[in-house]
Design a protein around this ligand. Structure first.
Ligand code: PMP
Length: 286
């Protein structure tokens, strides 16, 4: 059974219990991170902790630990769980109050939870054949840069894709592509990689950064700029990225083929660079 960390103690997951008055449970009032671990080495932990700080500042929740303590706790969770490749989930909520009240409680300790799950990479068929997606209006709030646990809109949007037999929902807001329900989205047009700029309308993905770094390192032309809906729909290639999905080629959007309807040549190069990076850098703990 997996071992989790909850409020200062490590315990079997079956013993982990939180109050029914926890503001995470009542309001989705909290922050989270998902950190991939390769060969027992957390990938880009400093960057994940920086994004966590950004989220906590954005929701006015004091960071319960300094980075050194987070590094220690995450290292211990990794050591206490099976498997060299893990996905570490951490969550901080505004804690449990005695009564229901939207406004913050005066003095309440935050709830800190850390969980490890096996890191499962996407099935090879998804990479080889590509994935199908649908689109939807981006109905989320205007602070999508915060990794907040209130994910109802994201859950509904992802379920729309699943109901349609698809893997992801691509979101458009005011005529521009923002991201996926739980991923970032890139487009390729005429050999140029197009990436929506980091702003309040999307989550700054750690994998997004890796893809842009790999493109720069290998001389792939990149434009980081707003991607119009028509540009995305008429793209030669679309990709989705996240820590657990890595990079996946999108071959269908709303039932229409993307490009020629097969994973594209630029994707093939990026996938190879990503796998090489995983082997030589991520697994080496750099
Ligand atoms: N956008 C959203 C909405 C996400 O939930 C995620 C993570 N699942 C991402 C982008 C990708 O972020 P990362 O590359 O850090 O996993």
């Amino acid at each position: 059974m997996s071992t989790v960390y909850l409020d200062g103690r490590f315990m079997p997951i079956a013993e982990a219990k939180v109050s029914a008055m926890d503001r995470g449970f009542l309001y989705g009032d909290g922050a989270y991170e998902v950190i991939p671990v390769y060969s027992r080495r957390p990938f880009r932990l400093a960057e994940h902790l920086a994004r966590l700080r950004h989220t906590l500042e954005g929701i006015r929740l004091a960071n319960p630990h300094d980075d050194a303590e987070w590094v220690r706790l995450i290292g211990e969770i990794v050591a206490r769980n099976e498997g060299d490749d893990q996905s570490v989930y951490l969550q901080i909520t505004r804690g449990a109050d005695t009564k229901r009240n939207h406004a913050f409680p005066a003095r309440v300790a935050p709830t800190v939870y850390i969980l490890s799950e096996p890191l499962v990479t996407p099935p090879p068929a998804q990479r080889e054949q590509g994935i199908a997606t649908i689109s939807a209006p981006d109905v989320r709030w205007l602070r999508c840069d915060l990794k907040a646990i209130s994910l109802l809109a994201n859950c509904l949007l992802r379920q729309q894709a699943v109901d349609a037999g698809c893997v992801e929902t691509i979101l458009f807001r005011d005529g521009f592509m923002t991201e996926g329900a739980a991923s970032n989205i890139f487009a390729v047009r005429d050999g140029v990689l197009l990436a929506p700029p980091k702003n309040n309308l999307m989550l700054p993905g750690i994998t997004y950064d890796v893809v842009l770094e790999l493109a720069a390192a290998h001389g792939l032309p990149v434009e980081v700029r707003p991607v119009a809906e028509a540009e995305a729909r008429g793209a030669d290639e679309l990709w989705m990225t996240s820590s657990t999905k890595e990079v996946l080629p999108i071959v269908l959007l709303d039932g229409r083929p993307v490009g020629d309807g097969r994973p594209g040549p630029v994707f093939a190069r990026m996938y190879a660079w990503y796998q090489d990076f995983k082997r030589t850098v991520m697994r080496a703990g750099e």
